[in-house]
Ligand binder design. Sequence first.
Ligand SMILES: [Fe+2]
Ligand SMILES: [Fe+2]
Length: 351
Amino acid sequence: MGRHEILIVDDKKENVQLLQKFIEEAGHLVRTALDGETALLSVSAKPPDLILLDIRMPGIDGVEVCRRLQREERTARIPVIFISALEDTRIKMEAFQAGGVDYITKPFSHEEVIARVSTHLQLNDYRHNLERKVEESVARIRALNMELELTQSEIVVALGTLLEERCRETGYHVVRVAEYSRLLAELRGLDEETCYLIHRAAPLHDAGKVAIPDYILHKEGSLDPEEWEIMKTHAIRGYEIFRNSTRPMLKMVAVIAKEHHENWDGSGYPEGLAGEEISMAGRIVHLADVFDALGNRRCYKKAWDIEKVFRYIRENEGIMFDPVLVRLLLQNRERFLDIMERYCDDSRQNR
Ligand SMILES: [Fe+2]
Ligand SMILES: [Fe+2]
């Protein structure tokens, strides 16, 4: 540690000179001020490493100087040692309450002053180092966390995209569904953590389609009833893949996979859940998925014009979809269209 700079504040010049002499002898740099006003100016010009502060001074007294230093972020951590002839306990208390770290009573031995100054300088250096280390560690942990989260979300999107490609869905479908879902979750007022989980998990809503044979997934034209029954098992299959996970994000995937085809009126699958029996995440992704499927081109159907999509959503309020979510979508249609625009498939090569 380099040389420390110490500010001595006392309205009596001979006191200042005396203190200055033996503190300089102890190897420190010294600055001085003869009143509170000058002391504050000196500190704000350049914060010293420690302040020796007389209490009784004309104008702004020592206790007030200390209080003002405490109020400023930049100066609040400077250790202040009060020096005073006052043996008054009340004033001592006041001095500590104002933020002083120590109190030396005059007359003092110069060894005592040096010893206390060294102790507090050392403590302050430790604190600085500790804070720096904590900050560095926190930054490192944050970077690692970010790395983990990015990896996780990229893997989920990659997996979702792979699935959608196998299902011959359009390129950004899973990304758009994730974005619509997040927006719906936010508009619905869900907490930040849940919004985050829904956003991250939504791309895997069709994870169970890995279990659906190609001849069904890739069939041109409509499925016959038997094929349709097989197709519908993708919901429960997706759930089965992730249901035993202990990770909140993958648990969310399990819920969404299972419930993203449940209808508000109970006519959906796999369980025919109705209304609030369906999890909020399931209701949200259901709406987001259908909205995107209708609004964007797929191999087996042309995209509808957007008014027709909104009409369809409105007509299914309370039938397929949670009425509150439908209202939120319709009230914020511009924001949903923004997402549609931003992740438009034309910005990717079409098959
Ligand atoms: Fe699905
Ligand atoms: Fe989908």
